[in-house]
Design a protein around this ligand. Sequence first.
Ligand code: 5AD
Ligand code: SF4
Length: 476
Amino acid sequence: MNETRKEIAVDESELFRQLEYMHLIRQKNDEYESETGKKKKFYSLAMGCQMNAHDSEKLEGMLDKMGYERTDEEMEADFVIYNTCCVRENAEQKVYGKLGWLKHYKKDKPDTVIALCGCMMQQDTVLKTLREKYRHVDIVFGTFNLYKLPELMNTRMESGETVYDIWQEHEEIVEDLPSIRQFPYKASVNIMFGCNNFCSYCIVPYVRGRERSRSVEDILAEVQKLADDGVKEIVLLGQNVNSYGKSLDEPVSFAKLLRILNEVEGIERIRFMTSHPKDLSDELIEAMKDCHKVCKSLHLPVQAGSTEILRRMNRHYTKESYLETVRKVKEAMPDITLSTDIIVGFPGETEEDFQETLDVIRMVGYSTAYTFIYSKRTGTPAATMENQVEEEVIKDRFDRMLDVLNPMIFDLNRKMVGKVVTVLAEEVSKHNEDVLTGRADNNALVHFKGNKDLIGQLVPVKIVDNKTFYLIAERV
Ligand code: 5AD
Ligand code: SF4
């Protein structure tokens, strides 16, 4: 065993090294299967954003290559992996709660291996808590070394001890990891990693490092491969896609990247997230307008409506400049829908500030809003700001905000009734097996009667009715 490790250690290619470990573990799992007649099973949970969901597809791809079979029943798993989030405190509490449960599970099934990775693991306080109180965890790694899972599993198997491997930063991007895509017809594609913005409430820049863009060639090759596999819709992922390409040796704008990807044969739809309002250029608006595959929906997190709160959030735009950007976007693409993220209860937020947020909501008319109660994140500048808002006040504002948002979303959906739209049929409805659900170009959720053979196809439908959060349609 040690000899094999030495051979691996001298190999220069990281990916190749990991493939060797995958092979090694596969052999062990094959032996286990021939002895017991059973395959080892993994349970994988991605918490938080789409970036994490996409990272988990890679983790699952590696586990599959190592001979594990996926299970959705955590109680059946031999290997449990949580890809964690730390953007808000409740996401962290959920992990600790689940770890408490796993402690009992492991008493009955001591061979179960528990792995934790992702954003939460990049925080020293979390590592300290794990070391002190959750010693039944076996493997801990972070956001920069996801690709090392096979090697860390091997180390755990050989040493029998908990493996901690947390890096502070990593320049290199390891390409071509195996991956199990969640859907055959749509796929996420990372175009960049990290964030340079340091919004004062946000922990992301501390746990995902500085901005790094993938090269156009690597992105294009991945998208072409996806198209060859039958993927129709791609979602380009980055914390701030509008600053894509700035750090490349030969800088390329995000607008240019969209124009290049728009030419890939087989891909029918292109979405992207997230756009920072401060970086949304006229060049990008033009590219969105010109590229027929780029969906006419835009996620543009406003976070707050008050210019003073935005200044303290370190967002680098004002209420007026945000509204001006929205005006330009709507002028160029009148049918576009806008979605947003809003935080209620940022330190020092007064009733007047909150009214400014309601004002923006009314002026923009969002089709979807992800609304959050401010969560104090240790290590961020906002955590030590004075005038933290009382919980009661925040809850009241939050409810009042939904009272403004929901009827507006309902009205927007009602305006769609009578229109013919194209829907990418995604899955059978959980409530009715004769009904399919999918998304229109403008990201509206649509339900319509149809056979499951249509899944993965672009289907023209006519909207006949609406609810608050989805539309009902018939095939035309
Ligand atoms: N508290 C509440 N919401 C937050 N977000 C980021 N950090 C915090 C925090 N500390 C929200 C922002 C961001 C989204 C992904 O999460 O709205 O856009
Ligand atoms: Fe967080 Fe702001 Fe970066 Fe988004 S842009 S990840 S909110 S720091």
